[in-house]
Design a protein. Structure first.
Length: 89
């Protein structure tokens, strides 16, 4: 997969995750991109544990959904860590 496509999918996953999770996330476009890329790795890891799942599947609907789910998980962890450290999200 091309690195450009990977970054675009990561950005889309990050934007969707930020839209789904309630509250205000003070993140710029680069932080959203990083959120989506890390979420893609987490989503690929989650999908690899499912029966018949392959680690980091090629680009398909399941991979995109896994990326979005992974980005949501990463965003929720990020919000929890920021709240615990005393910063407001």
């Amino acid at each position: 997969m091309s690195i450009i496509i990977f970054l675009v999918i990561g950005l889309i996953a990050g934007l969707i995750a930020r839209a789904v999770v309630p509250g205000r996330q003070s993140m710029g476009i680069i932080a959203t991109l990083i959120l989506g890329v890390v979420g893609s790795f987490v989503g690929g890891l989650i999908l690899s544990f499912l029966p018949g799942g392959e680690p980091f599947p090629s680009f398909n609907a399941a991979g995109l959904i896994g990326s979005i789910i992974g980005a949501i998980v990463v965003l929720l962890i990020y919000i929890a860590v920021r709240r615990r450290s005393g910063r407001t999200a």
